[in-house]
Design a protein. Structure first.
Length: 113
């Protein structure tokens, strides 16, 4: 056992979308005409959201954590990273910086480093 072992925390993006898409397709294939348009639209939305990259989902997670911590500045500022690590103490500094940069990259008017 090492006294210097790191405790790693990783934000995993879990996707149930393939199962939801399959279920919607099955419903759509057997649906009466009056339900088809709504199910087709739901299927389109799920497919659209399922195609989003993991970085985008992590960025949304970061913004949600920062909002819950009442932080309103840029995610990738020192104060933002500190707020993120305060909200999620298991994050390493590297993870917090990486996730905060992903969140900042998706915001309009935010600089890209």
């Amino acid at each position: 056992m090492s006294l210097f072992a790191k405790r790693e925390t990783t934000v995993l993006v879990l996707r149930d979308a393939p199962e939801i898409i399959t279920g919607l397709r099955e419903l759509l294939s057997a649906a009466p005409d009056d339900e088809r348009a709504g199910l087709a639209r739901a299927l389109d939305l799920v497919e659209e959201f399922a195609s989003r990259p993991d970085a985008e989902l992590r960025a949304r997670w970061v913004r949600q954590r920062l909002a819950a911590a009442d932080y309103r500045g840029a995610p990738d500022e020192v104060a933002g990273i500190k707020a993120l690590r305060g909200a999620e103490p298991g994050l390493t500094l590297l993870q917090a910086v990486t996730y905060a940069k992903e969140a900042a990259a998706g915001e309009p008017g935010v600089r890209a480093d």
